[in-house]
Design a protein around this ligand. Sequence first.
Ligand code: IPD
Length: 352
Amino acid sequence: MASASQTSSATAASTSASSSDLDLDSIYAFAVQLTKDAGQRLLDGAKARMAGGGVIDTLEKDSSVDLVTQADEDVEAFVKKEITARYPTHGFLGEESYSKGASRDYLVGGGPTWIVDPLDGTVNYTHLFAMYCVSIGFVVDGKPVIGVIYAPMLNQLFSACKGKGAFLNESIPLPLQQNPVVPPLPANAPSGCIFSCEWGKDRRDFAGGNLSRKVESFVTMATERQGKNGLGGMVHGVRSLGSAAMDLAYTAAGSFDIWWEGGCWEWDVAAGFAILEEAGGLVTTANPPESKVGDYSDVAVEDAHLGGRLYLAIRPAGASADGAETARQAQERVAREVWKRVASLDYTRPGV
Ligand code: IPD
């Protein structure tokens, strides 16, 4: 990890440790309570506005769709203060403090590090659309091991700690549908799947730009099977919630089958990765492998890079009824089917 003197936008963990050296139980309990407290602050702000408490204080960052509100700032300051007081040796990376710095490098190293989005779905929050949340991830050796996502207006809290299960509201195991078994992925996926994606903040209008490539990909996934030269995905539905963290939470829940996205950052996904992986899901990269065109059958499906800004997540799955395909094989099959139908996105950054 970069040292604090290299950047003012992230604080480095002073020591590295493996997750077995850490008291993950108490860190997890602390993270859950902290996320609830932070979410309550967001909800108090929303309720005040609903009661006629004034106009939301909003500033534009990189563009008119990249917003920061006073609530983002206040909640990040609160979360950082609580974490620093309790775990002074841990690193901290928060969306708002990072965004103020000049660096866009990937800064997460091996030490225990908190990765925080104080308000994911800021645009939704400004519109009082309930799909916003606090997202707090805890990463060791660069891997998310604890994740908590709390959507206070929905009263939904998604959480997981490595090896201890993933839950909705601390008691309902994820994925939600597992009685009598977790459903297998459809044999003709992506048909039968809900495909979740985001329009994102890159709205530049040029051929081959991220916006046009995303739209082309969404349309291919939605099109009837015989359309698009046989690549039509005929998915059950295309959903865009406006919060990457909520997308990942619902993929971990099994409500979404596929999440495909480029452009978001580690604070949008760290908690969601921990929850999805603990629930049995798979996260890999959004872009089709460059070495091949169309046939990815012998391409290894690698884990996503946390800071890679290109993500493809597949929900937890059961093995096929006849036992011929394991859950992992099915997830990799679906990842390859998605790659056949989507365009490559360009979200490069230093340090990845
Ligand atoms: C954004 C949301 C959105 C995703 C953007 C993120 P924010 O986070 O997660 O769904 O498409 O890339 O930046 O700005 O609301 O915290």
